[in-house]
Write a protein that binds this ligand. Structure first.
Ligand SMILES: C[S@@+](CC[C@H](N)C(=O)[O-])C[C@H]1O[C@@H](n2cnc3c(N)ncnc32)[C@H](O)[C@@H]1O
Length: 220
């Protein structure tokens, strides 16, 4: 990546990754679907003339030239599978790279993860209620990238880390998850009250995250 390279970020959200890219002096274009998120990040990065935030869907956005890299953090899975690799390969310069990072919560030894299913089953019963997958069960994008016929996978990295949360911290975290945002207030409160009680009883709970990074490059 040249020091002054041009980067496209797909789905920058609040610009958590955009800021360090901007600080490196890279020329960054972010394509962000959410109007409020785009406005927020535009304000947040207003001091960086090398950053431009575009409020559009990646699938329909018209690029204005080529990029040295296309990056996406926790957003690539939202992009239409028919478009994501084809369009990326069109906007990358020859030899340019795509980097996709996807984080996952994975199962660890804390009994919380199996026991909390009781709370979900009591308040929001669904056959989909289940503990998180084990790290070994989380796949990568190698097959999908290679099957695209336009990019080839060159690297996969997996990084695991633990975070311990108190009951208040854990509820504040899961309150930001979209399935919980979609619940009606009364259901959410009943669910959170049970989960809060469960975490408080064991003082804290342990969350293990796994971030996968896939790097791909153009075929020629
Ligand atoms: C989970 S957030 C991740 C935000 C940020 N990259 C981060 O890691 O904090 C996913 C982001 O992708 C955006 N997004 C989803 N579909 C999109 C699309 N088709 N085109 C552009 N952005 C999209 C969402 O609006 C959201 O900001």
């Amino acid at each position: 990546m040249p020091d002054t390279g041009r980067v496209l970020e797909i789905g920058c959200g609040t610009g958590q990754a955009t800021l360090p890219l901007a600080e490196r002096g890279l020329d960054v274009v972010c394509v962000e679907l959410g109007a409020d998120l785009a406005a927020f990040t535009r304000r947040k990065l207003a001091a960086f003339p090398n950053v431009r935030i575009v409020n559009e869907r990646f699938e329909s956005w018209e690029p204005d030239g080529e990029f040295d890299a296309v990056v996406s953090f926790t957003a690539f899975h939202w992009i239409d599978p028919e478009v994501r690799f084809a369009k990326t390969s069109r906007i990358l310069r020859r030899g340019g790279a795509l980097a996709v990072v996807e984080p996952h919560t994975v199962l660890n030894d804390d009994p919380f993860w199996t026991e909390v299913q009781e709370d979900y089953d009591a308040v929001v019963p669904s056959p989909e209620n289940r503990p998180p997958l084990r790290a070994e069960e989380i796949g990568d994008l190698i097959d999908e990238i290679d099957a695209s016929g336009v990019l080839r996978n060159v690297a996969v990295r997996r990084h695991r880390w633990d975070v311990r949360y108190t009951a208040d911290e854990y509820i504040a975290l899961i309150a930001t998850y979209s399935p919980n945002l979609d619940r009606d207030e009364e259901t959410r409160e009943r669910l959170f009250e049970r989960i809060h009680r469960r975490v408080a009883k064991q003082e804290s709970m342990l969350t293990t995250y796994l971030a996968t990074l896939n790097v791909a490059t153009t075929l020629v």
